[in-house]
Design a protein around this ligand. Structure first.
Ligand code: TPP
Ligand code: MG
Length: 327
C-alpha cells in the first residue's frame, strides 16, 4: 500500500531533520567541538523509505554507520545522536565507548555493529535464523555500503539467508564510492543486486534518491519475507555528496564538477518537488517545517553540550564479564 499523505509528509520531515542535523554535525566538527563525523547526506531517501517499510520497534535492524536518517526514523532523538558525537554518558549507542554513528538503539531492536564493515550482515542472518526457529512474525532489515559487499561476511550472510529462507532484507546503499575507491573497482558486476542472483536470491535495483520507490521495493521484500518466502537483496543507488568522513579530503580523488552534477539528484530536492506537485507541501509550509526543525536542533545541541561525560573508569565496562586487572 502506498503511504498516506500524512505518512509522506512524515517521511519528508525525517529526511529534512536528518539533513539539517548532519549539516549541524559538520559545523560542530569545524568548531572543534567533536572529533569525527561520518555523513549520510545523499542517503536520506533510501534510509527513510526502508524504515517506513518495516514495523518499527518490532522488526530487527542491523544498520551501518551512514544510517542517521534510518536511526531517526526508528526513534533516535537528535539529542541522542549529538550526545553520541560528543561521547556523552547517556548516548544510547554505547555510552560513549564506540566511534560516533556506530548505532545501537535497544528500544528500536537496532543492534550495535562493529567497526569491521559487513559484520552486521552476519548478525542479521543470525537474527533471521532465530526468528525462524522461534516462529516470530518479524523480519530483519540490514544495511551496508556497496564497497563492503566485497567482504566475505556479506556473501556468507546472504548465502546463509538464501539456504535457510530467512526473513532478512539486505539493503545495499550504493553511493558509488568506498572511501576513494569507485564501485567499478570493487565489483565486476553492474550492481550488488546481480550478486544476489548467483546466491539464489532475488536482487532488486531501485533508485535510492526516490524515497517512495525505495519504500515500495522494500515493502514488497518485507511482505515476502513475512510470508515465509525468504530474503531479498535490494541495491539503492545514490551518490555520496560529502567526503567519506570528516577525516577525508575528496578533492584528491574526484572533481568538483562531478559532485555538483550529482547534487542535481539530491533526494531532498526530489522529494520536496514531489510533495509540492501533489499539493502536500507549499513553499510556506516548507519554510515553517525547516524553521521548526532548525530550532529543535539548536535545543538538542544545548542539551547535548550540557550532558555529562562518562566517568573514566566506565570505559572498562561492560567489555568483560569480569574485571580484568593487570599487574
Ligand atoms: C573490514 C574493514 N576493512 C576496512 C575498513 C575501513 N573502512 C571503513 S568504511 C570503508 C569504506 C566502505 O565503503 P562502502 O561499503 O561503499 O560504504 P560507504 O562508506 O560508501 O557508505 C572502509 C574501507 C573497515 N572498517 N573494515
Ligand atoms: Mg559506498
Amino acid at each position: 500500500m502506498d503511504p498516506s499523505p500524512d505518512q509522506k509528509l512524515d517521511m519528508y520531515r525525517l529526511m529534512l531533520l536528518a539533513r539539517r542535523l548532519d549539516e549541524r554535525a559538520w559545523v560542530l566538527h569545524r568548531q572543534g567541538k567533536i572529533a569525527f563525523h561520518i555523513s549520510g547526506i545523499g542517503h536520506e531517501a533510501a534510509q527513510v523509505g526502508a524504515a517506513f517499510a518495516i514495523r518499527r520497534g518490532s522488526d530487527w535492524v542491523t544498520p551501518y554507520y551512514r544510517d542517521l536518517a534510518l536511526m531517526l526514523a526508528l526513534g533516535m532523538t537528535p539529542a541522542e545522536f549529538l550526545m553520541g558525537l560528543m561521547g556523552k554518558r547517556d548516548e544510547p549507542n554505547s555510552g560513549g565507548r564506540q566511534m560516533p554513528s556506530h548505532w545501537s538503539l535497544r528500544r528500536a531492536n537496532a543492534v550495535s555493529h562493529s567497526a569491521p564493515v559487513a559484520t552486521q550482515s552476519v548478525h542479521a542472518a543470525g537474527i533471521g535464523l532465530a526468528i525462524k526457529l522461534r516462529g516470530d512474525d518479524k523480519v530483519v532489515l540490514t544495511t551496508i555500503g556497496e564497497g563492503s559487499t566485497s567482504q566475505g561476511e556479506w556473501y556468507e550472510a546472504v548465502n546463509w539467508a538464501a539456504v535457510h529462507r530467512l526473513p532478512v532484507i539486505f539493503i545495499v546503499q550504493n553511493n558509488q564510492y568506498a572511501i576513494s575507491v569507485r564501485a567499478e573497482k570493487q565489483m565486476a558486476v553492474q550492481s550488488a543486486a546481480d550478486k544476489a542472483c548467483g546466491l539464489g536470491l532475488p536482487g532488486i535495483m531501485v533508485d535510492g534518491t526516490d524515497v517512495f520507490a525505495v519504500h515500495r521495493a522494500v515493502k514488497d521484500a518485507v511482505d515476502n519475507a513475512r510470508a515465509g518466502n525468504g530474503a531479498t537483496v535490494i541495491e539503492t543507488r545514490m551518490y555520496r555528496i560529502t567526503p567519506h568522513s570528516s577525516d577525508d579530503d575528496d578533492r584528491t580523488y574526484r572533481s568538483r564538477e562531478e559532485v555538483e552534477e550529482n547534487k542535481r539528484r539530491d533526494p531532498l530536492l526530489l522529494a520536496r518537488a514531489r510533495l509540492q506537485e501533489e499539493g502536500l507541501l507549499s513553499e510556506s509550509q516548507y519554510d515553517e517545517m525547516d524553521t521548526q526543525i532548525k530550532a529543535s536542533i539548536e535545543e538538542a545541541v544545548k542539551q547535548a553540550e550540557a550532558a555529562p561525560y562518562p566517568a573514566g573508569e566506565e570505559a572498562l565496562h561492560p567489555v568483560y564479564a569480569e574485571e580484568v586487572r593487570h599487574a
